[in-house]
Design a protein around this ligand. Structure first.
Ligand code: DAT
Ligand code: MG
Length: 148
């Protein structure tokens, strides 16, 4: 089953929306495979956002993502990578549709509440950066018979 890496960023943790965000993915029908509250070391932040190394906001981005705890998660389900991106909304919350996570809770691009992998390749890479294999749990949800 397809898996993606999602993370409530430090602003989302401080804004008390961890539960709300988990709830949205749960109600959608996705299955939680792993989760933890953690502080991101600078080296991990730089690796995670490596694709943005040359962008002018890279320093700020690393500073922000290491500024407080994040809630890192792995979710699985059919088409979860693309669907989670839709549920998150546009990168800049001012352009994110109401009903999306960034549209409902964010105001500016610097503090946009949630991260989600943008492709199957990023998902594999990011899950590997944040989770050890033994931190991911395989189990059967009986609900799946009613979801698929
Ligand atoms: P996304 O998080 O939607 O995948 P991205 O990968 O293009 O967006 O950028 C990663 C993060 O960097 C994004 O969530 C917020 C920040 N960011 C993106 N563009 C920015 C900009 N123009 N100014 C400041 N921060 C920006
Ligand atoms: Mg991205």
């Amino acid at each position: 089953m397809e898996k993606t890496f999602l993370m409530v960023k430090p602003d989302g943790v401080q804004r008390n929306v961890i539960g709300e965000i988990v709830s949205r993915f749960e109600r959608k029908g996705f299955q939680l495979a792993g989760a933890k509250l953690m502080s991101i070391p600078a080296e991990l932040a730089e690796q995670h956002y490596g694709e943005h190394k040359e962008r002018p906001f890279f320093g700020e981005l690393v500073e922000f993502i290491t500024s407080g705890p994040v809630f890192a998660m792995v979710w699985q389900g059919e088409n979860v990578i693309a669907t989670a991106r839709q549920m998150m909304g546009a990168t800049n919350p001012k352009d994110a549709a109401p009903g999306t996570i960034r549209g409902d809770f964010g105001l500016t691009v610097g503090k946009n509440i949630i991260h989600g992998s943008d492709s199957p390749e990023s998902a594999v890479r990011e899950i590997g950066l944040f989770f050890k294999e033994e931190e991911l749990v395989e189990y059967t949800k009986l609900m799946n018979e009613w979801a698929y």
